[in-house]
Design a protein around this ligand. Structure first.
Ligand SMILES: Nc1ncnc2c1ncn2[C@@H]1O[C@H](COP(=O)(O)OP(=O)(O)OP(=O)(O)O)[C@@H](O)[C@H]1O
Ligand SMILES: [Mg+2]
Length: 343
């Protein structure tokens, strides 16, 4: 077998884009994945095909007889950046090879993990700093002041409860994530579930002077679901509607059957939580289910929120192969609709 075919067949066996630049600086071979990215580059000078300074510098060095090595470069595109990791090596008697790989997903996951840890640390540190500050005050200035002591202990309790809630939410998020691929099997009757969630939240709604109503279509069939998780979904949505819906208003929960959901491509059950609050600006809607995302961080914190409620909701709905649709009109209120497949 001649050398040309041998090299071409070896390159064809590599799953990543790979090419060989000859000693004349022209691209002598490239495999199909490389061609998909670089086009028909056969025979062209490598500088007219590869323009990123990082791989170019390495190729130059190797073609001049230097050492090979690894490099990474970033292509900024209209959407997300693409990040490549590449390896340049000497090919004895021929020139230099460049093999590379799109590592954007890996980089993106690493970024998310870093952000998440930074967020968690920040969220925990805020109450912790308050606690430490008050402990110091109680030991010092407020030592013999019973009134101040009682007030500070009240604040300390609130901060400790916030940390407790945050840890609880984080655990619940990781539990949901761990079983996201396991489909729930038990049958859940949503109207009964809604009645019990509303009963649980009645006290909070009364305190906020919010009226809760349930409007459930008669004879709804049960859905395949996890009772605890679906309870959590409705609890979080109604709690938000009460918290952000404004006092003196009504929060409605509406349950109905959907003959055919165009996105799920199946019949479904729709559960909507409708409030008459200030609404949410459209720019926030796509990010609402991100962990720790809040429209008004200060206000949410004030109300003891951790910013994890909707992230948990989204993961639970994903596990149920359902979907969440959020629509909102400034000044009129918001609708959080969950559609679960009926199959
Ligand atoms: N019904 C609603 N009306 C207006 N804004 C809302 C509504 N529901 C959620 N939001 C906004 O979305 C953000 C994220 O909600 P999410 O439930 O995830 O967190 P939270 O309510 O701040 O805290 P947590 O639910 O963990 O106690 C809220 O901070 C709030 O800004
Ligand atoms: Mg919430």
């Amino acid at each position: 077998m001649d050398q040309d075919r041998l090299i071409a067949s070896l390159l064809a066996a590599v799953p990543h884009p790979m090419l060989v630049v000859g000693d004349d600086a022209r691209i002598a071979w490239l495999n199909a994945p490389a061609r998909a990215i670089l086009g028909d580059a056969d025979g062209r000078h490598y500088l007219t095909v590869i323009r990123q300074p990082e791989p170019v510098a390495l190729l130059e060095r190797v073609l001049a007889g230097g050492e090979g090595g690894t490099t990474r470069w970033r292509l900024t595109g209209p959407g997300r950046d693409t990040v490549y990791r590449g390896l340049v090596a000497r090919v004895a008697g021929l020139g230099a090879s460049l093999a590379f790989q799109d590592v954007s997903d890996v980089e993106h996951a690493a970024d998310m993990r870093r952000d998440f840890v930074a967020n968690v640390s920040h969220e925990l540190r805020t109450p912790l700093t308050a606690l430490l500050g008050f402990i110091e005050t109680l030991r010092g200035a407020a030592r013999d002041d019973p009134a101040a002591r009682a007030r500070f202990l009240g604040i300390m309790e609130r901060e400790a409860l916030r940390m407790n809630r945050l840890v609880g939410d984080l655990l619940s998020l990781s539990r949901v994530e761990a079983e996201e691929r396991v489909r729930p099997r038990t049958q859940v009757e949503l109207a009964g579930l809604a009645r019990s969630v509303l009963a649980t939240l009645r006290g909070m709604a009364d305190a906020a002077q919010v009226t809760l109503t349930l409007d459930a279509e008669a004879d709804l069939p049960p859905v395949a679901g996890d009772l605890d998780q679906l309870t959590q979904v409705l609890h979080n949505l109604v709690e938000n509607a009460v918290k952000y819906g404004g006092s003196g208003k009504t929060v409605r929960v509406v349950l109905r059957r959907v003959a055919h959901d165009p996105v799920l491509r199946s019949p479904g059950l729709s559960l909507s939580v409708i409030d008459q609050g200030a609404g949410i600006d459209a720019i926030h809607l796509p990010r609402l289910t991100e962990r720790f995302y809040r429209v008004d961080t200060h206000r949410s914190r004030e109300q003891g929120g951790t910013g994890l409620g909707l992230a948990i909701v989204k993961h639970i709905i994903n596990r149920h192969r359902g979907r969440l649709k959020i629509s909102s009109e400034k000044g009129k209120g918001s609708v959080f609709e969950v559609v679960l497949p009926l199959i």
